[in-house]
Design a protein around this ligand. Structure first.
Ligand SMILES: Nc1nc2c(ncn2[C@@H]2O[C@H](COP(=O)(O)OP(=O)(O)OP(=O)(O)O)[C@@H](O)[C@H]2O)c(=O)[nH]1
Length: 333
């Protein structure tokens, strides 16, 4: 979906959107505006068909109906921001500056009329001119009040748009992060990797908790979750800001150590392994220590592979070897 209309076309769509909203008594909230703007510009055929059907059946277009369309057809946050919110925001900003300019002009005219009124006060004859001046003053003041109210409403909508934009930005951010550990999830990993040139030397330890099932079985899922969180923290404490720590699966983590060869990455991985081995966790309910926990780590670098997936595959193969040769160890591919 791309909007390559020039400003005039967008403004026309915007006006028609406003007309549609007011003729159906729908408040111009960002969500309602987005859906109806897409309908007016006919950029989303399915959405347009749904609204046309509703109109054909002469069914009232309700806020719930629009919210549902928004969820079904518009909820790709980047698309909404680029294709709907940003053009709307531009139009809104232009309208707001136009109206505020208008208010300024009206206030100047009103001041001049007040001066004229004071001069005319002392003149006996000129009654009809006095009437005209007073009529103009009233009209201008009324118009100023209307424009100020409109300006206030548009400013509120502008604030709502800013809130919506920051909500969209944080939900986009949330979609890239694992909620249990705060590490990147796979999607977040894919996105961050795009900024890391594969041509440089990078290494990747794949880390998997040993016998994690028994921790869940013996102490429950909640304790299992806490173990995952503590291990995630240990991993992040041992890597630098340019490196990536990813929760790759349930109890498996992948780290990308940027600009470092396998030998340097192995030193880091070994420190992580030892820190996890030393970690002592106490159960609050019983005050008893949990048995010590270990991880197995497989490490690979990108010397002989063509892409990130193959690098992770090599690290995973090395991890498999670490598991098979007794666990609680680091093995290089
Ligand atoms: N608490 C908790 N458990 C999880 C989560 N994700 C996966 N698991 C559990 O992790 C366990 C993984 O078990 P297995 O794949 O058998 O591996 P393991 O017991 O760690 O054994 P090895 O990897 O062979 O050492 C399963 O019991 C899953 O239910 C999670 O988010 N929280």
């Amino acid at each position: 979906m791309s909007f390559e209309h020039n400003y005039q076309v967008s403004s026309n769509f915007s006006e028609l959107t406003h007309d549609f909203l007011s003729s159906h008594s729908i408040p111009p909230t960002p969500v309602n505006y987005s859906v109806i703007y897409l309908y007016i510009s006919n950029e989303n055929k399915l959405l347009s068909a749904a609204i046309d059907k509703q109109l054909k059946q002469k069914t009232v277009i309700t806020a719930d109906f629009i919210a549902d369309l928004f969820k079904r057809y518009v909820s790709f946050s980047e698309q909404i921001e680029n294709n709907v919110i940003s053009p709307f925001e531009k139009t809104l900003t232009n309208m707001l500056s136009h109206i505020n300019q208008q208010v300024g002009n009206e206030q100047k005219v009103s001041k001049s009329l007040q001066k004229l009124n004071t001069i005319l006060k002392n003149k006996e004859h000129n009654q009809s001119l006095k009437h005209v001046v007073s009529f103009l003053s009233e009209t201008i003041n009324y118009s100023t009040t209307q424009h100020q109210a409109l300006s206030k409403e548009l400013s509120t909508t502008q604030q709502e748009i800013n809130q919506l934009k920051s909500k969209l930005a944080s939900s986009r951010q949330e979609a890239l992060v694992d909620s249990l550990t705060g590490l990147l999830n796979r999607r977040g990993c894919d996105e961050k990797l795009q900024a890391l040139p594969f041509s440089q030397t990078h290494s990747s330890p794949a880390i998997d908790i040993d016998h994690f099932k028994t921790i869940n079985d013996d102490f429950g899922h909640f304790v299992g979750d806490q173990v995952i969180q503590r291990i995630a923290k240990i991993i992040t404490n041992h890597i630098s800001e340019q490196d990536l720590a990813v929760r790759f699966g349930g109890e498996e983590f992948v780290v990308v150590i940027a600009n470092k060869s396998t030998s340097e990455a192995t030193l880091i991985a070994e420190k992580i392994r030892l820190a996890i081995e030393k970690m002592r966790l106490i159960r609050k309910e019983t005050n008893a220590y949990l048995p010590s926990i270990s991880v197995s780590i497989g490490i690979a670098d990108n010397k002989n592979v063509s892409d990130w997936n193959n690098l992770f595959k090599q690290a995973d193969d090395a991890l498999y070897q670490a598991k098979n040769s007794g666990r609680n160890r680091c093995i290089c591919a």
